[in-house]
Design a protein around this ligand. Structure first.
Ligand SMILES: Nc1ncnc2c1ncn2[C@@H]1O[C@H](COP(=O)(O)OP(=O)(O)OP(=O)(O)O)[C@@H](O)[C@H]1O
Ligand SMILES: [Mg+2]
Length: 369
């Protein structure tokens, strides 16, 4: 699957742009503030149904205009997939192969993408919620059941928490509590199951990418940390059993505190160097950045191994903190079969390194082939 053509209208600093891309490596280069990240944002909006940085869609509309419109033509073997999205202040347009849909989220999952931005350093450095978001975005694109389980879990969690909050101030309804506990266990265990399965698969790949990019010998281990203490075995039955047990042990404490103490909403992903040092606290900035990128590259493999088709890979400003050796390593890692769009401020002579690279120059919202 690859993005063959994109049409951008009144989006960020783009007035009207039509670009054809290479199915292999595309490099967007230009000075700061010219529209490189905006371009990647347009691609992510079309494929995820949302921006990776804007909180509100209004921010995306070109200043002084009333609405934006994006259209992407994707090639999948012989088939063409056309995604369209447009938004103005009071109307939304979503189309898939010309058929109208109601919501932006209807765009999600039709074209899978992996995106790396400088903010992704937070996956390693930031709090557990950043690592959960990382898992959630990519597992939703990998396992068809994940998104549903995840949503049902959060809905049940919300109900269970509001009940616990009432119980905290004297309300008693143990039957209701049991109903919501069962629901949370049911859906939450499925979420944990997918996460354990994915982490088991990606952990060695993260290590391999990390070693290849950094040239380091140190081992990077990644494992899922269940907030309930004892790590369950990666089978659905064992997870359910463990999760249920924890709830019966914690019932008093949960009522006292008024919220759910254990589950996917509090779990974490731990990254250890040489089995001892937590990367989050001991890693250098460079190590952390390389690890964050390795974590994204591993998701490319997970999606490709699951579907037989690699996702689109968007790398925003990935070269900025890497030395030349790492840059070269990274370019070697990118495979021909994976369409990649890289943004950079440097006018490096990339085609010398890889002849199949297509370079696009970005200047004030205009893209030159
Ligand atoms: N809604 C909008 N309407 C018009 N221009 C906008 C809008 N939102 C952002 N911009 C402009 O887009 C430009 C930033 O674009 P972008 O973030 O893509 O830059 P970049 O090329 O990635 O730069 P850098 O190398 O610094 O990351 C800024 O000049 C900003 O003013
Ligand atoms: Mg940028």
């Amino acid at each position: 699957m690859y993005l063959e053509k994109i049409k951008i209208r009144n989006f960020r600093n783009y007035l009207s742009v039509d670009v054809s891309l290479s199915p292999q490596i595309n490099i967007l280069y230009g000075n700061n503030g010219q529209g490189k990240t905006n371009f990647l944002e347009a691609v992510s909006f079309l494929t995820l149904g949302r921006s990776f940085r804007a909180k509100r869609d209004e921010e995306l509309i070109k200043k002084g205009e009333n609405g934006f419109y994006l259209k992407g033509e994707f090639q999948n073997q012989e088939e063409l997939l056309v995604l369209e999205v447009g938004s103005d202040l009071n109307r939304l347009l979503v189309k898939v192969n010309g058929v109208v849909y109601k919501k932006k989220k209807d765009l999600f999952g039709r074209v899978r993408i992996v995106i790396f931005t400088p903010d992704d350093l937070q996956i390693v450095k930031g709090g557990p919620e950043k690592r959960r978001e990382y898992l959630d975005l990519y597992l939703a694109q990998t396992y068809p059941g994940y998104r549903k389980a995840y949503r049902s879990f959060y809905r049940a969690l919300y109900q269970r928490n509001s009940l616990l909050k009432r119980m905290r101030v004297g309300f008693r309804d143990l039957t209701q509590l049991e109903i919501w506990t069962n629901k949370v266990v049911e859906e939450g265990s499925l979420v944990i199951y997918y996460r354990l399965k994915a982490v088991e698969a990606i952990s060695p790949w993260i290590n391999r990418y990390h070693q290849m990019m950094s040239g380091a010998k140190e081992e990077l281990h990644c494992f899922y940390r269940f907030s309930g203490g004892k790590q369950p075995l990666p089978t659905l039955e064992s997870i359910k059993e463990e999760y249920k047990k924890i709830f019966s042990q914690k019932r008093k404490e949960e009522i006292k505190r008024g919220y759910t103490l254990v589950g996917p909403h509090r779990d974490d992903l731990v990254l250890l160097l040489n089995k001892k040092w937590e990367l989050r606290t001991y890693g250098s900035q460079g190590q952390q950045r390389t690890a964050a990128l390795a974590m994204k590259m591993a998701m490319v493999d997970l999606i490709e191994n699951t579907y037989g088709i690699p996702p689109l890979l968007l790398l925003d400003d990935v070269f900025s903190e890497f030395d030349n050796k790492r840059k070269k390593e990274l370019l070697h890692l990118l495979t021909e079969g994976t369409q990649t769009i890289i943004s950079t401020t440097e006018a490096v002579d990339f085609p010398v390194l890889r002849p199949e690279i297509k370079s696009l120059k970005v200047e004030s919202g205009v893209i030159f082939d």
